[in-house]
Design a protein around this ligand. Sequence first.
Ligand SMILES: [Zn+2]
Length: 438
Amino acid sequence: MRIESYFLLVLLFAFLLFSCKQEEIAEKQLSPEAQLAKIQHRIDSLQNFISSRPILKAATVEPNFGLFQTLQSVGLDIKQSLKIANTLADTVELGVLRAGQVFWVGFDPKDTSRAVLFRYAENFANLHFLMRDSTDEWVYKIVEKPVSIRYAMYDGVLQEGGSLYNSLKDIGIPQNMVGVVAGVLECKVSFRTDARVGDKFKILLKETRFQDTIWISGSVLYASYNGSRVKHSEAFLYQEADPKSSYNAHYTEDGEALIHSGLRYPLDRLHITSGYGSRIHPITGSRAFHSGVDYRGAVGTPVYAVAEGVVVQSSFSNDNGNFIAIKHSDNSQSWYLHLSQRGVGNGQRVKGRQVIGKVGNTGRSSGPHLHFAIKQPNGSWMNPLLKKMIATPKLEGAKLSALKEQVKIIKDILDKTEAAEPRSISDSLQATVKWVDY
Ligand SMILES: [Zn+2]
């Protein structure tokens, strides 16, 4: 059996399993006739799909290639490449492509210039498919394989001569999580000045693995630090149903954000469609510098000032469309481009979190989005994602109640892991890990 046939079989199984699971609930409300028709339709479309037996080609990412160039490298025309890239962007956060990363494209054997299938493996457990249906529309499917979840509690003591990163690695924090954990701790503790040898910390991670060994994802549910110069402090992860909510962050039990000062986010919901820095234009292929971050947002979505300041520009230009620039107390400026409406004028004083305009599609813009940028006092742009940002300094009302509920659940997991058998990381270190599998 050729590898393509294997792949096709796996795909069909996954497709069947997934569509059954998804439609089970909806079908209960349908009449028997409608249910039959639906099942018949599914069989028909599946038979179409099997009979077409797409010819699969591996599209490998070359250095500095985007998805668009990668698709073209296996013979897709501009129109189909754009269609696939755009359909995917609606649902999947592709991020930065790695050289050597492979996508699979399936071509119609009767017309080998026509793509009918696209597959992107985000990791071993999450596979994304685009399939062209009988009406020539691209349909998106995600296949999620079962994963195992482990709650692991890492106990550590800051060692002589070790950096925070090394200390975290030494106590067994998985490589992929070291940076994230350090980021949470650094919000509370200035490691350069306040950390002392012998300080203790606890980290509770939620780890997701495929087949028990392959790392899929992780999050920091809880962190605490107890030091000679830093008072005992704790942080709990707060998450809203919307995974892109700008409120998803770490807070104290009382709802205080870990980062007290700093900028807030310009939108309530954050979905980055284009990052900061040098990029290749999808159509012209030319390299250009992107001075900010593009956040997706529907036209009319409120845009907030990220901090207190004075509006230094509120105007229109052919490139920026409607745009606003605000100067802050540290002489940096925040810029908001392509707005549909501007709500503040030149010279106006604004507060942090004040609505200053609405998301739009004005100027040189290929769809509704907010281009958000930070200009440093010296006049050069910087990556806005490198400025520490918060949605709010304190959760209140319904959000605070939701946090309290989540804290309860996290404390329950803490108790369970605490009761688990401690496993020593190494003989020489005062570090243990305890875990419970779910
Ligand atoms: Zn932009």
